[in-house]
Design a protein around this ligand. Structure first.
Ligand SMILES: Nc1ncnc2c1ncn2[C@@H]1O[C@H](COP(=O)(O)OP(=O)(O)OP(=O)(O)O)[C@@H](O)[C@H]1O
Ligand SMILES: [Mg+2]
Length: 147
């Protein structure tokens, strides 16, 4: 695969749309030689990011918009999940607070960081959150695919 393939999608902040985004991202990622475990990790990471936008960004209000930009480059999958919801003052603090909260596990960000090769979060109170994630296409698989 020489050129990038991509899509962008904007969905309502409805919990049902987490599955829709997961499907769309899976379909795009299937164009690269990711292994089955990699694909599962990508699905979990994007599900967590969209769930956070729905649950935390918009506080369960279903009329917000969540945008997903997904690009499959020859060597990596890039995902950007953004909302214009509540935002966070400090990502590290939000995460610590979540971990100490009995109801939520505070695992979403950890999963994203564990499963993806690169994660960057840009968030501003009252303006929203933008999560950028990348997963590299395995080098050996890329070489085999090119044969
Ligand atoms: N898009 C977002 N908008 C606003 N706050 C967010 C957003 N994403 C994450 N947060 C904040 O960061 C915290 C940590 O997120 P994380 O996904 O790790 O845990 P969680 O969502 O609380 O629990 P879990 O994902 O295990 O259900 C959240 O509790 C929330 O306060
Ligand atoms: Mg979460």
């Amino acid at each position: 695969m020489e050129e990038a393939n991509s899509f962008s999608l904007e969905v309502a902040s409805h919990p049902d749309n987490v599955g829709l985004v997961r499907l769309a991202v899976s379909a795009l990622a299937a164009g690269a030689p990711f292994g089955v475990p990699d694909l599962e990790e990508i699905r979990v990471a994007v599900s967590e990011a969209v769930t956070n936008a729905v649950v935390h960004g918009y506080g369960g209000c279903r009329t917000g918009r969540v945008r997903i930009e997904a690009t499959l480059f020859p060597d990596r999958l890039s995902l950007v999940v953004s909302d214009q919801g509540r935002g966070m003052e400090d990502v590290a603090l939000a995460r610590q607070a979540a971990a100490g909260d009995g109801e939520r596990l505070g695992l979403g960000l950890l999963f994203m960081e564990t499963f993806m090769d690169h994660v960057a979060i840009d968030s501003h109170p009252g303006r929203g959150t933008r999560v950028v994630m990348e997963k590299r296409v395995p080098v050996a698989a890329m070489a085999a695919d090119g044969d």
